[in-house]
Design a protein around this ligand. Structure first.
Ligand code: PEP
Ligand code: MN
Length: 337
């Protein structure tokens, strides 16, 4: 349930209500909206008298949340959450564009990619350093050396940075180097990793699992938020369907739906969703038109030479052209880029 505090409730009243909930065995989370504070309380409703809780000074109302996800639901917080990554806002009126190579391969490759995406207008640099590959014989990433290169490229270009973490060790190391952690499709239900990300203090990009329902995706986000980290951005990256002419099927209806069900920002990954470079621009525009708060796009200085996902990576010229065509679409749906 959530306890909605009155607009003018005092800090003391909030503390008293919070204390009463905790004393009754509830786990509580303060959700600070622009206008008011609500207290998310997870626990056994039988253990508290709701009408006497409602009668406490400062309390406006107590709402039961029927959905299995509580803290991430729109019912618990009406307005959009804006997640801050370095100096970039995701979920506000601006459109956030994350771009860069699938994997960090070398200093030269990364700095070229970083400069190109920054020139074209991207805000955050992506670069995989711990790669979850289908084959154990494929390039697995430069690991800590890659993190160091990513931090350097971020500092050199002024871009915020993101990398994927796959386990406790990579998460702990990545926290020293990057501004945002990515949890990939394959780890969306790695609940221990989700909890660790929740305790990391870093914003988290949570990709939808390739066979995950929207509800399972939101429950995964609930793990992170309930571990103390409200800075979660959801990412639709395509789901597995019978269709095999694209790598995955971009589920744009899930983007529009998720925006109604949760206050968290939602972005689109047209690169993994399609697996085909020639479809990335149109699906980027479609994602923005569907209400996405941003995009994550793979860009490589020389896609045919890429060690990972070259077939779906844009070269710098293609990315710059895409950014130009994105602007009028963004403006048409009330977004600045
Ligand atoms: C990636 O972003 O490079 C990646 C592996 O994505 P996903 O987890 O969506 O497959
Ligand atoms: Mn990739």
């Amino acid at each position: 349930m959530v306890v909605v505090m009155k607009l003018n409730s005092s800090a003391e009243e909030i503390t008293r209500v919070n204390g009463r909930l905790q004393a009754s065995g509830f786990q509580t989370h303060m959700i600070r909206g622009v206008k008011r504070i609500v207290i998310g309380a997870v626990g056994d409703k039988q253990s508290i008298n709701i009408s006497s809780l409602e009668a406490m000074p400062g309390v406006e109302k107590v709402l039961r949340i029927m959905k299995p996800y509580k803290l991430v639901s729109r019912e618990s917080k009406e307005e959009n959450t804006v997640v801050r990554v370095g100096g970039v806002n995701i979920g506000g009126t601006g459109l956030a564009v994350i771009a860069g190579p699938c994997a960090v391969e070398s200093e030269e490759q990364l700095i070229n990619a970083a400069q190109a995406v920054r020139r074209a207008g991207a805000n955050i640099l992506r670069g995989g350093t711990y790669k979850p590959r289908t084959s154990p014989y494929s390039f697995q990433g430069l690991e800590e050396e890659g993190l160091r290169l990513l931090a350097e490229a971020g500092a050199a270009t002024g871009l915020a940075t993101i990398t994927e973490v796959v386990d406790e060790d990579s998460l702990a190391r990545a926290c020293h180097y990057v501004d945002m952690l990515q949890i990939g499709a394959r780890n969306m239900q790695n609940f221990r990793l989700l909890r660790l990300a929740g305790r990391s203090g870093k914003p988290v990009l949570l990709k939808r699992g390739m066979s995950a329902t929207v509800e399972e995706w939101l429950m995964a986000a609930e793990y992170i938020v309930s571990s103390g980290n409200e800075n979660v951005v959801l990412c639709e990256r395509g789901i597995r369907t019978f269709e095999n002419s694209t790598r995955n099927t971009l589920d744009l209806s899930a983007v529009a739906l998720a925006k109604t069900l949760t206050h968290l920002p939602v972005i689109v990954d047209p690169s993994h969703a399609t697996g085909r470079r020639e479809l990335v621009a149109s699906m980027s525009r479609a994602g923005v038109a569907a209400g996405a708060d941003g995009l994550i796009i793979e860009v490589h200085p020389d896609p045919p030479a890429a060690l990972c996902d070259g077939q779906q990576s844009l070269d710098p010229g293609e990315f710059a052209a895409l950014m130009k065509t994105l602007r009028p679409v963004a403006r048409a749906v009330g977004r600045e880029i």
